[in-house]
Design a protein. Structure first.
Length: 563
């Protein structure tokens, strides 16, 4: 989830009849009749009358008396259920699938990179550290750069510069050097595993790596040690990549504040890097890793990429298995690459793509990417209004013009006026469910961030959301899925300022992929980004369009001065 969530606070949902009652103790044997003044031991009509205000309903006296006849039994069911441990990785029986009935996919597995000549090996370690993955891969493949040397470069930078950013939770030096030496030995034997062979990377510290701490950025879990690898960690190991560090996230995937401090923006150290993929974005932007993996529920890849100037690909929901990743919202969470260039993102996605039995929401859909394919004439939807009013800037408007110069056919569109804030109910309720144990045990007090908009208060507030409202929000979500399917008919992508028109909220709920890339710099020297939104499972086409835009913008390679 993102820390840039003012809309989240604006649409906070309160309410709850049955759930409000769940916070009260069950009736004891011999309790007096349910009438008169409320006591600590039982519910009264007065209790329900107050609860109605939270649920935004109005009952008559007769209706209240009828509700009271069964509600204590319901409370007892809550209590009995709470006695059963529900670990974070246990997903609900209901599974979200972004695909609509009658809308078959016809995507052919294909990966074709650009294969540009990387030129000679850079003369200094800093320039090597900032090279894109595509270039590093070519240097390793040609034998002019060893994985061990590259890994040592990143380990040194993480150790020397990482403290300025407060982005490293655990440095994995021993594991990384062992993997790098293995990669070099395999290269020498002609057994290169693929384009990521020997490339060092960093993992957001909610992705398990066997035998290493995976803390979720939160005090209650700072001593947690993973027993096995997350699916994506396993896949990158198989691809020959080298895991050098576990990188910070805002506690429980919100914001940039974790138990070790606040992760900082390498372009402006007195500014947070935003979140929650705070560490992956800061480390990649500062040349401390070749790439990183982040996650997004509501802006946690998009927002820190905007702040740090990295390129972030949020894949279609279900494309990348989340087995071994902390669950925040089972029907919303996504894992995606954070890199320096668009093609780097496509390369990483190709390695981590695919379903896994541990993630009921994961879907086996092939990736089709051709870096050499044309983009001229591809239809990209936009609304002139998105670019004419806040939060649009001149940099956004220049990016739109760059898209036009790239040969993209810009098609005016208009989204219907719907109460999209309703979708926040899904996130808030699922997150409260994922971390119920913290709320009920009062261990939420251990989290560093305790503002009204922080998780502890949000989890408490969400316990007052009626189950009916959650269900209705899911039905509204399906309506929005249908709306977006109609919008994408005849379109290859959309482009907008990253926070325009509720698109961040909408597409996270409909499962559409997004690609955020640097489009320029603000007056204070910090970067600014623009976002492309793709059709379901058209992640490869989205990257091809993004590469064309990246070439026209020509700003991806500028480095933060202090690093």
């Amino acid at each position: 989830m993102s820390e840039n969530s003012s809309s989240r606070r604006d649409f906070m949902v309160a309410g709850g009849l049955a759930v409000a009652a769940s916070a009260l103790p069950a009736a004891v044997a011999g309790a007096p009749p349910l009438s008169g003044e409320a006591t600590d031991d039982h519910l009264t009509e007065a209790t329900l009358a107050e609860a109605e205000k939270l649920a935004a309903i109005k009952l008559t006296g007769t209706e209240r008396r009828q509700v009271l006849t069964g509600i204590e039994e319901e409370i007892e069911r809550y209590r009995r259920r709470r006695a059963v441990e529900l670990p974070n990785e246990l997903a609900p029986a209901t599974v979200f699938d972004p695909r609509l009935p009658g809308k078959p996919l016809s995507i052919e597995a294909r990966y074709r990179g650009s294969n540009h000549d990387p030129g000679p090996l850079a003369a200094d370690d800093e320039s090597i550290a900032y090279a894109p993955v595509t270039v590093l891969s070519a240097w390793i493949g040609r034998g002019v750069l060893s994985s061990e040397r590259l890994t040592r470069i990143y380990l040194e930078r993480l150790g020397r510069l990482g403290p300025k950013l407060e982005c490293t939770v655990t440095l994995l030096q021993e594991r990384a050097l062992a993997q790098a030496r293995r990669a070099d030995a395999e290269t020498a034997d002609g057994r290169r595993r693929g384009p990521l062979h020997g490339i060092p990377w960093g993992a957001k510290d909610l992705l398990d790596a066997a035998g290493t701490p995976t803390t979720w950025g939160a005090n209650p879990y700072r001593d947690r040690v993973a027993e096995s690898d997350a699916a994506v960690v396993e896949r990158l190991d198989e691809a020959g990549a080298v895991l050098v560090a576990k990188l910070s996230l805002g506690a429980l995937a919100y914001g940039d504040i974790w138990f070790g401090g606040r992760t900082n923006n390498p372009w402006k150290l007195d500014q947070g890097s935003s979140g929650s993929s705070a560490g992956p974005c800061a480390a990649t932007a500062a040349g401390l890793t070749a790439f990183a993996l982040g996650t997004e529920t509501l802006g946690s890849i998009v927002t820190p990429c905007m702040r740090c100037g990295t390129t972030g690909l949020r894949p279609t929901f279900g494309r990348v298995a989340r087995t071994g990743a902390m669950a925040l919202c089972w029907s919303l969470d996504k894992i995606g690459p954070i890199c320096r260039t668009v093609e780097d993102c496509a390369m990483v996605l190709n390695a981590i793509n695919g379903a896994d039995p541990g993630d009921a929401s994961s879907i086996d859909v092939p990736l089709s990417f051709d870096a050499t394919g044309p983009v001229s004439g591809l239809r990209v939807g936009y609304s002139p209004q998105w670019f004419d009013q806040d939060p649009a800037t001149d940099l956004d408007r220049r990016a739109l013009e760059a898209a036009r110069r790239a040969g993209l056919d810009l098609v005016p569109i208009e989204l219907p006026d719907l109460p999209y804030g309703t979708l926040l109910t899904v996130l808030l309720v699922e997150a409260a469910g994922a971390f119920e144990e913290l709320t009920l045990s009062d261990r939420d007090d251990e989290l560093v961030w305790q503002e009204p908009q922080a998780w502890p208060n949000t989890f408490r507030t969400s316990r007052f959301t009626p189950a009916v409202e959650y269900l209705q929000a899911q039905r509204f979500r399906r309506l929005v899925c249908v709306m977006m399917a109609q919008q994408f008919e005849g379109l290859d992508a959309m482009i907008s300022p990253s926070y325009a028109a509720s698109l961040l909220l909408i597409t996270n709920n409909t499962g559409h992929p997004s690609l955020t890339l640097r489009c320029g710099f603000k007056e204070d020297g910090t970067p600014h980004g623009i976002t492309l939104w793709g059709g379901l499972f058209e992640d490869g086409l989205l990257c091809r369009i993004g590469m064309a835009l990246e070439r026209k913008l020509a700003v991806w390679d500028r480095r933060p001065g202090a690093f």
